[in-house]
Ligand binder design. Structure first.
Ligand code: PMT
Length: 411
């Protein structure tokens, strides 16, 4: 059964006889691991009580803009941002018409306008209303705007007629919702990602670092979480906010990153080193700001621990993925790192121009392992991260199937 681990689904319930099925739908979404919040129209509450849906979803039910309690706990814009999917089930003819017109005359319609996440509707109405040209025009215009239609089904209706207009069964809707998020499952796995630069202090105000923004590593952590994994992100200093639903551990130096990684490495299944770790640090950090003088100044550097190699050398080791930032001879240098650090996979990216790699919103990767070379073309870091995670998931599962065991460290 495809799961909905870590997914947040806002179920919208509109008025109609099928509203009673919303209770079963919410139960099935939660069984698959989703967190569910409910918004009802006023008409819906004549068919099923908010109290029932509150008990089944485990959260207060929202219906008005200014609900005392529910609305103060989470405002409507916040709810729209919170949802990974807005699923309106049942969606009556009147609601589809209001949605097609882009109206914001109640909480549910407003949320559908305000969300950036996918909106799916499960129509439910009399078969003649469904067939009516107005409804069909609304359907065409909503589909053009990216609204997904699940159903309706055809069959006997509460009004005694037969034809298309029945809401899909809750089990089918839950299956559609799960399929929407399928990315190559990392469900139930624990993943650690390092991201950002490290900061190696020279004195209290100066240090050695690099141009890593953390964008690539954070996108990889986000994609792993969306694929169902429990994710720990070990981040060097960045200006990015801690991502939602990911345990973020902040560090500064390479040594701190090394120690934090090793404190949390068991029972990690997959380790992905995206951080641009400083290879060297000053042998000493001055306790006070170094004063300027006319004399030249030498800085003695000592090597930092190699975090990635130290993880790959563990026995048992997680599936270990490294990144390689290369200005030239990308494949040859990346292959050397794959072998020297004994990695399962390396993701090589060209760096040195501003269109990809460090700081940019775009990147491209060449994935190299013992048996294959897979280019992932230039695209946004979030999209690229999703492709990367899907490639990693596939290889991880293949490796564990070949070995025909659970990973040794999880036994
Ligand atoms: O953060 P962004 O601005 O989005 O930029 C993304 C990125 C360019 C930093 C990222 O895509 C990337 O390439 N990360 C790896 C950068 C790097 O340090 O590459 P490297 O070739 O020097 O290191 C190889 C691997 O060893 C990396 O996985 C690195 O995390 C790891 N390493 C390196 C040195 C060290 N002491 N410990 C390590 O674990």
């Amino acid at each position: 059964m495809a799961t909905l681990s870590n997914k947040r689904i806002l179920v919208g319930v509109t008025g109609g006889i099928a509203a009673y099925k919303a209770a079963d739908l919410i139960r099935r979404l939660r069984e698959r691991g989703a967190e569910v919040r409910v918004v009802m129209t006023q008409a819906a509450s004549r068919f099923i009580t908010p109290l029932t849906l509150q008990a089944i979803s485990g959260h207060p039910v929202h219906s008005e803009f200014l609900d005392t309690g529910a609305e103060t706990a989470m405002g409507h814009i916040e709810l729209a941002r919170w949802a990974d999917l807005v699923l309106v089930a049942p969606a009556g003819a009147d609601f589809l018409a209001r949605l097609a017109q882009g109206r914001a005359d109640d909480l549910l319609a407003t949320l559908c306008l305000a969300t950036k996440s996918p909106v799916a509707v499960a129509p439910a109405m009399n078969q003649q209303m469904w067939a009516n040209a107005s409804t069909q025009n609304n359907l065409i215009s909503l589909k053009k705007r990216g609204v997904t239609f699940w159903g309706p089904d055809s069959g006997s209706q509460a009004c005694g007629e037969t034809g298309p207009g029945r809401m899909l069964e809750p089990a089918e809707l839950a299956e559609h919702a799960a399929a929407l998020f399928q990315t190559g499952s990392l469900d139930g796995l624990q993943i650690m990602v390092t991201a950002g630069p490290t900061w190696e202090p020279i004195d209290p105000v100066r240090g050695l670092s690099n141009r890593s923004s953390g964008k690539m590593g954070y996108a990889v952590a986000q994609a792993a979480m969306e694929a169902g994994a429990q994710v720990i992100l070990v981040s060097g200093p960045t200006t990015l906010v801690d991502p939602d639903r990911i345990q973020t551990l902040r560090v500064a130096t390479a040594q701190q990153m090394h120690d934090t990684v090793h404190t949390h490495i068991h029972p990690i299944d997959i380790f992905i080193g995206v951080a641009a770790v400083a290879d060297y640090r000053p042998i000493q950090t001055a306790a006070r700001k170094i004063k300027k003088s006319d004399a030249s100044l030498s800085l003695e550097l000592v090597p930092n621990p190699d975090i990635l190699a130290s993880v790959a050398a563990l026995d048992p080791a997680p599936y270990t993925v490294g990144f390689a930032a290369e200005t030239n001879d990308l494949e040859a240098h990346a292959r050397k790192k794959l072998e020297a650090k004994k990695l399962d996979l390396i993701a090589a990216n060209p760096v040195g121009d501003r269109h990809s790699g460090f700081e940019s919103d775009l990147n491209q990767l060449t994935l190299i392992d013992q048996h294959s070379l897979t280019p992932l073309p230039l695209q946004t870091k979030s999209r690229l991260a999703r492709e990367l995670i899907s490639e990693i998931a596939q290889r991880y599962h293949e490796k564990n199937t070949t070995q025909n065991t659970r990973p040794a460290h999880r036994q």
